[in-house]
Design a protein around this ligand. Sequence first.
Ligand code: ZN
Length: 157
Amino acid sequence: MPTDRVLHEEKTFKVTALRQGTVIDHLRSGTGLRVLQVLGLSQEGTVAIGLNLESSKLGHKDLIKIENRELTKEEVNKISLLSPEATLSIIRDFKVVSKLRPQLAGMIEGVLRCLNPACITNHEQVKTRFKTLERSPLRMRCVYCELAIPEQEIELL
Ligand code: ZN
């Protein structure tokens, strides 16, 4: 990693170096706490969160560092729904071993709530299923009732 990058990171968010775990970066400002909720805090390692940090890319951003944890596919999908620009870095032995910007899956199951009160998923024990129509801005369509949900109305289960 180039020195100027390191200095920049230290200036913007100096909480703790991570030996092992995941850094979720470039979260939209205001989504960090929601993402933490989604991930749950019932785990052993340290969790560090930075809110409303300065970002050259986004203006402001949130950032989360989670020790001793790599995310499941479902968790990554949820993060993509809350904050499509998020990047994930996997850290091992203080080094970034992989960095990715997850792309939301084409079909999302059991994560989103359908906003149509008459939809079967709001009345019966049916797992919700949404097709990803567009990724930026997000548009998701319920497979059962065909309601399209725009990004600003998305609700996670
Ligand atoms: Zn529906």
